[in-house]
Design a protein around this ligand. Structure first.
Ligand code: NDP
Length: 328
């Protein structure tokens, strides 16, 4: 049975999530890819243990992660049962509902019916009594916001989640939702947008500012642009990479221009004694509104590499300017 590293809290740094009392690790681990039914179970265990041994206390899931949908939660639940149970109180586990999960009119978006049923399913799959954070995964244009936020608040009051989060909401939707949650006395803990050097919409659209104004923390997903902002694709598309599957990260996204940018960014990273992956994560955290970066991984060595960043977060103005030039 797994025994956690006794020194696991010595290196990681933690930041309070928005105006809440909850401390999150600067690096968190997501289980979107590589934890599904077709993936290697031993590798999943290695990645979770490597993360926890390095002070990553936050693990992010969703009802539909797999494939098949639900299988990432099931695999996590098996490992929770066999190895991680003694550490449950040291872990922040999140899940979400919002995308397609089961057939018919009640298996997606934001009705009270869907959110309540989905969380019950997630808890069973993960072998948990409660999650720490329950997210609405995407806004629903056809359900009153009061209904969706009311369901989130009631889930907290039922003790099935400790905090609530929102993902993929824009700034305006976020402000309205946060006000309803505040009125319901279940303040919004956190928002989860995509954000990386190649996609800065969350910053430029005012979402970061809106989150800050309502007192929510920010956890940024796909901070490595699904692996583009690493050394992964410098010599073609490896067979074991995400782009090889050509589904969420498309082969056509790996253009000559992108590779040229990646190579130039890597030069700056090397001058900082970092890998490009490390520098790309630090770049996310240079914005002091960002509480944590939510990484994915396919092998434990990537996690070992990525947690190193906490000791080298600062940038010089020259470095930031040079990065801007490349991204233009
Ligand atoms: P990243 O941008 O961190 O991409 C992860 C991929 O980058 C890995 O699978 C791996 O690719 C590669 N990688 C990671 N570290 C290294 C390294 N050190 N060196 C080389 N390659 C590396 O994040 P994801 O896109 O995976 O998203 C992270 C999490 O964010 C998800 O698991 C999920 O929890 C959340 N998320 C939330 C969404 C939402 O709508 N709320 C949407 C998407 C993600 P490879 O597999 O090819 O080895």
């Amino acid at each position: 049975m797994y025994k956690a590293n006794e020194n696991r809290y010595e290196k990681m740094k933690y930041l309070r999530c928005g105006k809440s009392g909850l401390l999150l690790p600067r690096v968190s681990l997501g289980l979107w890819h590589n934890f599904g039914s077709g993936d290697c179970f031993d590798t999943m265990k290695e990645m979770l243990f490597e993360a926890f041994d390095n002070g990553i206390t936050h693990f992010d899931l969703a009802n539909n992660y797999g494939p098949v949908p639900g299988s990432a939660e099931e695999n996590f639940g098996r490992i929770m049962q066999s190895d991680l149970r003694p550490y449950r109180d040291e872990m922040i586990i999140s899940t979400k509902a919002g995308y397609d999960m089961w057939p018919g009119p009640y298996g997606n978006f934001g009705s009270r019916k869907y959110l309540m049923a989905s969380l019950d399913q997630s808890l069973k799959r993960m072998n948990l009594d409660y999650v720490d954070i329950f997210y609405h995964h995407r806004p629903d244009p056809n359900t009153p916001l009061e209904e969706t936020m009311g369901a989130l608040s009631d889930i907290v009051k039922q003790g099935k989640a400790l905090y609530v989060g929102l993902s993929n909401y824009n700034a305006q939707q976020l402000q309205s939702a946060a006000q309803i949650l505040k009125n319901n006395k279940t303040p919004l803990l956190i928002v989860q947008p995509r954000y990386n050097m190649f996609n800065r919409n969350a910053e430029t659209s005012g979402l970061f500012d809106a989150a800050h104004e309502v007192g929510a923390g920010i956890i940024t997903y796909s901070p490595l642009a699904q692996g583009l902002l690493t050394n992964r694709y410098l010599n073609g598309i490896p067979n074991d990479s995400r782009a090889a599957k050509d589904h969420f990260l498309k082969k056509e996204d790996i253009t000559e221009e992108t590779i040229s940018q990646i190579k130039q960014l890597q030069e700056i990273a090397f001058a900082r004694n970092q890998s490009l992956a490390e520098m790309a994560l630090c770049w996310n955290l240079r914005n002091d509104k960002v509480t944590s970066v939510l990484i994915g991984s396919s092998k434990k060595e990537q996690i070992t590499d990525n947690v190193k960043i906490v000791n080298h977060l600062d940038f010089t103005k020259d470095e930031l300017d040079a990065i801007e030039q490349i991204l233009k």
